[in-house]
Design a protein around this ligand. Structure first.
Ligand code: GDP
Ligand code: GDP
Length: 437
């Protein structure tokens, strides 16, 4: 199954964002992060006891004006009920139960969604006397934590994992190539999916007896099976402005987690925004295959140099993500839609591929002899051995006598050479350096 999603909900100021940071912060000690990756501060993944989970915080999505706050919070809970696998409903030991808390509790109760009732701000023993009152919300046993001190956050994570494990698996059948179609509103995601599905070459299939997201669609193309995950799919109940963003982010991250390859769609007239880059970075961090689909190409006045010009411009914006291939399409004119599927399939295969250790060493050992890693503090640095420790997604390990002294610029040099020689088109790589004399 894809990574399960946990949503943190509750009224303002109960400590949702603090709790979010606390839960995510615990991860940082375990998983080494790739440098230079910016992240949406409302969403992150963590690993606890070998289980990966995505966590989304509603704390950052509130309207500035006060009049809508109750409504906004209510809506967030409804969205979380629809979309998340588990809900952390946060209340505040210091203020006790408020009207909004009761309101939100009753939505959760009626929904039958798995919910953990988290009583925050239990910073010291004296506050433990306040816990009992929260039984009145009817959501079972209140779980005390102190987000600020971190007290009992490990226990909370244990409980989260326990409940997540009980969630039935959402995904089936591994021989589907899972493609998530992601991008901002109105870039053409639904049109893309609908157009593909209406083509005679695409045989649309349905799989009986499987539980699936109603927005999933299946298609057969060139003897392969695809699962299309359409983020836009189920729109568009009217919502408060802030929640439109919250909703679309929840859908985006959920779809991304299930995918092998992300088709990130952009309106070529608008170009890549900061938000696009943030989401692309998250896809890279999750090591999904990525294809950049530049849509509405029909609206651009072009000559023979136009694609070249756009490609260079976008590569520039992509910075260290510039290994992501771009394809210029028009959904409206049905231009290059199958080429997009072909490209996604190629990236899917690249993500699965495994380079034999002998080939890696034959290539890299002479290279690191001629271009030595710069010595640091008078120490000679050697790279002795390279291997691909994992495929799908790939993990490349370089062994060195002083892995901690290798400079970032040299690491980038090695990664660039790796791509130059071995491809990995559209595939975010994890390259690590380990100790071996
Ligand atoms: P949100 O609006 O629910 O996201 O709440 P925030 O995380 O922004 O926290 C609201 C306020 O409560 C901030 O001043 C936090 O420092 C404080 N807070 C959060 N967690 C705790 C806690 O465990 N104990 C105490 N005493 N204060 C906390
Ligand atoms: P979504 O919100 O990303 O799912 O976008 P939609 O599929 O709903 O498309 C938004 C708008 O863009 C609709 O009016 C589409 O007809 C239009 N559109 C989609 N693809 C193209 C394209 O290739 N060219 C042009 N000119 N318009 C397009």
């Amino acid at each position: 199954m894809g990574t399960p999603l946990v949503a943190i909900v509750g009224r303002p100021n109960v400590g949702k964002s603090t709790l979010f940071n606390r839960l995510i912060g615990r991860r940082k000690a375990i998983v080494d992060d790739q440098p230079g990756v910016t992240r949406d501060r409302n969403y992150d993944t963590l690993e606890w006891n070998g289980q990966e989970i995505g966590v989304i915080d509603t704390g950052g999505y509130l309207p500035k004006t006060h009049e809508h706050i109750d409504l906004a919070v209510r809506e967030q809970v409804e969205i979380a009920v629809d979309e998340a696998d588990l809900i952390l409903f946060v209340v505040d030991a210091k203020t006790g139960i408020t009207d909004i808390d009761e309101d939100l509790a009753s939505i959760l109760l009626q929904s039958n969604k798995k919910t953990l009732l988290v009583v925050n701000k239990v910073d010291s023993v004296e506050w433990e006397y306040e816990i009992g009152q929260f039984y009145n919300l009817g959501l079972g046993e209140p779980i005390p934590v102190s987000a600020i001190t971190g007290k009992r956050s490990g226990d909370l994570l244990d409980l989260i994992i326990e409940h997540i494990r009980a969630v039935p698996a959402r995904d089936m059948d591994e021989d589907y190539i899972k493609l998530a179609i992601i991008g901002r509103e109105n870039v053409g995601k639904s049109s893309f999916v609908n157009t593909l599905l209406s083509q005679p070459r695409a045989i649309v299939t349905d799989i009986p007896g499987t539980t699936r997201d109603p927005i999933d669609s299946f298609l057969n193309y060139k003897k392969r099976k695809y699962l299309l995950i359409d983020t836009a799919g189920l729109k568009k109940r009217k919502r408060i402005k802030e929640n439109v963003l919250f909703y679309s982010n929840v859908r985006t991250y959920k779809s991304m987690q299930r995918a092998d390859v992300v088709l990130y769609m952009v309106d070529v007239n608008e170009g890549l925004t900061h938000h696009d880059i943030t989401v692309l970075n998250e896809a890279a961090r999750q090591q999904k295959g990525i294809v950049l689909v530049m849509n509405k190409w029909d609206l651009i006045a072009k000559d023979h140099k136009t694609i070249e010009y756009y490609t260079a411009e976008i590569n520039d914006r992509l910075g260290n993500l510039n290994y992501i291939p771009q394809i210029y399409v028009s959904v409206l004119e049905k231009q290059r839609l199958y080429k997009t599927l072909d490209l996604a399939t190629e990236v899917y295969e690249e993500r699965k591929k495994r380079i034999p250790t002998s080939e890696l060493n034959e290539f890299f050992l002479p290279l690191v002899q001629t271009t030595l890693p710069p010595a640091v503090r008078g120490k000679e640095i050697k790279i002795n051995y390279v291997t691909q420790a994992r495929a799908n997604p790939p993990l490349i390990v370089f062994f060195s006598n002083h892995p901690d002294l290798i400079m970032d610029s040299y690491k980038r040099f090695l990664e660039n050479k790796l791509r130059e020689r071995f491809g990995f088109k559209g595939v975010p790589l994890r390259v690590v350096f380990r100790k071996k004399n």
